[in-house]
Design a protein around this ligand. Structure first.
Ligand SMILES: NC(=O)c1ccc[n+]([C@@H]2O[C@H](COP(=O)([O-])OP(=O)(O)OC[C@H]3O[C@@H](n4cnc5c(N)ncnc54)[C@H](O)[C@@H]3O)[C@@H](O)[C@H]2O)c1
Length: 364
């Protein structure tokens, strides 16, 4: 296993308490959309520690719209993951062997990159609404231990300055008809469905609101900024920015995020929504580009520059929030969630990982 990934897996494992690990004993975990970026680490973790945790089965369902990744095939060939081509919008979960016995369900299936969800808006909407609804209908009267819906920080839209950093209690400022509406509004409606199913069936549901994750497992052609910058460094091209670089974000390294997603699933005293991300530093996209440039110089001898261009896509920046920064006090207090990797260290890990693996092959 790649050294960076191994080190990250160990960090995730040690951040879980004995009690949290114990809850995975004899459990079947089913994940939709597990072939993507976050699935790489979440499934990787469950597979890597399968015996140690005493897990019964890990089932991954994905329509492989970006192809079937080598890492997942390899885990399936080793018998660590049950893999099935499955479209959450059209296929029937009742046909999946083992699905009826799932204890924990992660619903991650959704196009997540703005460039791609604007190309496939209805598919994005449907995966988050119909796909989720079919899971809720199937599991509402089964004795599951937890269901986690991957919502998004995008449900907050473009918050007013007084609501940044943004706590879970903020209700959002979202354009229901803009180019991002297919994603933002689908996530919001998905949260409402989760809330209502919890009320009617007392289902143990957690809503997870991820804030800008990055790191190993991101496809370099994913078109999200951290992947774009990594790709430019890897290909020894200039880093090109299609904004003035001023919007700010916090960037949460994937091992911290996955720790949060596991803790959020394993916490089930009531229905809750959690911001999962990192609360500092909030940096501009321009600063992020400089971090990639400097770290790329150290790791690859990168000599590229940071340049500004206007995107040919007229809607590239439409409704792009100017600031995005979470309050994570709720997850800190209730889950014991404590992100450890800052953005500079995270970029270092990401580029070291790419140097070891090459950009295409994410091999375990
Ligand atoms: N990565 C982040 O920073 C971030 C931030 C906010 C929210 N999220 C949410 O977390 C989840 C996972 O994100 P990710 O970064 O791994 O995304 P990703 O695009 O890398 O992976 C998503 C996976 O879902 C699959 N998928 C899409 N539509 C499907 C369908 N109809 N049926 C079956 N599979 C389908 C894709 O094939 C892909 O493997 C998504 O729901 C996303 O909206 C992620």
């Amino acid at each position: 296993m790649n050294m960076i990934v191994k080190q990250d897996m160990d960090r995730i494992y040690s951040a879980l308490t004995e009690d949290e690990r114990g809850r995975l004993k004899d459990a079947t975990v089913l994940l939709t959309g597990g072939a993507g970026f976050l699935g790489f680490y979440l499934i990787g973790f469950l597979a890597h520690f399968k015996d140690e945790l005493g897990l019964k089965q890990v089932i991954c369902l994905d329509n492989f719209q970006m192809g079937e990744p080598a890492w997942l095939k390899s885990l399936s060939e080793k018998g660590l993951v049950e893999l099935r081509k499955f479209n959450v919008i059209t296929d029937d979960i009742a046909d999946v062997p083992g699905a009826e016995a799932a204890d924990y369900i992660y619903h991650m299936a959704s196009i997540a990159s703005p460039i791609f969800y604007r190309k496939y808006p209805i598919e994005t909407l449907d995966a988050n609404i119909w796909g989720l609804r079919r899971l809720l209908d199937f599991y509402c009267e089964r004795p599951i231990r937890g269901l986690a819906f991957f919502s998004s920080s995008e449900i907050y839209g473009d918050p007013s300055p007084a609501n940044i950093p943004t706590p879970e209690t903020y209700r959002g400022n979202v354009d229901c008809q803009g180019p991002r509406a297919c994603y933002d509004e689908a996530k919001r409606f998905g949260e409402t469905m989760c809330y209502l199913f919890h009320q009617r069936y007392n289902m143990p549901i957690t809503v997870i609101r991820p804030f800008n994750n990055f790191g190993p497992g991101m496809r370099l052609n994913d078109a999200r900024v951290p992947a774009d910058f990594a790709r430019a460094v890897w290909e020894r091209r200039d880093i090109v920015m299609y904004s003035d670089g001023s919007p700010t974000r916090t960037f949460c390294y994937v091992s911290d995020a996955i720790t949060g997603y596991l803790k959020a699933m394993l916490y089930h005293d009531s229905f809750e929504a959690f911001n999962i991300g990192i609360d500092r530093p909030e940096i501009s996209i321009r600063r992020l580009a400089e971090i990639y440039q400097q770290t790329g110089r150290e790791i690859f001898g990168y000599t590229g520059q940071v340049r500004f261009e206007t995107s040919t896509d007229a809607e590239y920046l439409a409704n792009n929030p100017n600031r995005r920064c979470p309050v994570i006090d709720k997850a800190r207090k209730m889950l014991g969630y404590a992100p450890q990797v800052d953005v500079e260290q995270g970029v270092r890990y990401f580029l070291q990982y790419i140097r070891e693996c090459g950009k295409e092959e994410l091999v375990w």
